[in-house]
Ligand binder design. Structure first.
Ligand code: SF4
Ligand code: SF4
Length: 288
């Protein structure tokens, strides 16, 4: 089973939930945590994995041979990302905008475009306390997170349980990280900002046709509007974590919730049972 842990905005406790869920399950299942928050991976700060290996991540970007080019402009027309432009007798490429789709080189009538590899990040893997660990790091200054996320996901185990720490927000990297999951946990907090970002995250997950449930973090900090929204939208709140200075203190010292407060392990196991029930029920109803 693949479980994504997402949130509409950063700082809601997504990594706290992902790491504690992984550690709670490690004695009963083969567990792997994929940190796909490649712009700012921080699961390693909590899990402190032993890194066993790494691989660079590259994309293919265009290189134009101006001796063959007729400046017809076809490449600029087909590029959906404005990563190539033809200005008079010059072709300009903006490799940091390039998604490496290959359309320009494929469609160039003069075969004037070849492709060259450009490194955009790295994937590292290892182990932490019986939890398989993989994370991606986008090179500073690079904008293309999805290729690094795709590479991290290539390391997912096909058996056992995989937990995906998703980037914050609702943009392309989020969709790239979530897609293919069996379930998405949405971590939020009971504030107007939390509710606003949660509604956007729910829309994204529903577009992907994926079941989701809520972890309400820092309960007690705001109002009851998130609970009212979840009730109205029929989205289960699977776990509530209170606003607690001890939890914040542990997190700030790089200690996972279940390591610092082992009494939380049973709550995370219940969270997993709740998810499994929803996923099983859904797969039975699809088969019927
Ligand atoms: S499509 Fe090819 S020939 Fe036309 S402007 Fe681009 S590189 Fe030059
Ligand atoms: S490879 Fe794709 S994204 Fe990159 S410049 Fe060519 S058409 Fe644009």
């Amino acid at each position: 089973m693949i479980i994504s842990v997402a949130s509409g905005k950063g700082g809601t406790g997504k990594t706290l939930v992902a790491t504690s869920l992984a550690l709670s399950l490690k004695d009963s299942d083969r567990i792997q945590l994929l940190d796909c928050d490649v712009e700012e991976p921080n699961a390693h700060v909590l899990l402190k994995p032993e890194i066993a290996g790494s691989n660079p991540v590259s994309i293919l970007v265009p290189r134009v041979d101006e001796d063959k080019c007729t400046y017809c402009g076809k490449c600029a027309q087909v590029c959906a990302y404005h990563a190539i432009a033809v200005l008079g007798n010059h072709v300009l490429t903006f490799s940091q905008l390039c998604h490496g789709c290959g359309a320009c080189s494929y469609l160039c009538p003069e075969k004037a475009i070849s492709e060259e590899s450009r490194e955009t990040g790295v994937v590292e893997w290892g182990h932490s306390n019986s939890v398989g660990f993989v994370h991606g790091k986008l090179t500073v200054g690079e904008a293309m997170a999805p290729p690094v996320i795709r590479k991290v996901k290539e390391y997912a185990n096909n058996d056992g349980t995989v937990i995906v720490d998703v980037p914050p927000g609702t943009s392309c990297p989020v969709v790239e990280a979530i897609k293919g999951s069996d379930f998405c946990i949405l971590v939020t907090e009971p504030t107007p900002f939390g509710l606003n970002d949660l509604t956007l995250a729910v829309e994204t997950v529903r577009e992907l046709g994926m079941p989701c449930g809520i972890v309400l973090n820092r309960a007690g900090v705001g109002d009851s509007k998130v609970e009212e929204y979840c009730k109205k939208e029929n989205i289960p709140i699977l776990l509530t974590i209170p606003l607690d200075t001890e939890i914040a203190r542990l997190y700030s010292r790089g200690i996972t919730l279940v390591d610092g407060m082992p009494q939380w392990k049973s709550s995370f196991l219940q969270l997993f049972d709740g998810i499994r029930e929803i996923v099983d029920e859904r797969s039975h109803s699809i088969k019927r």
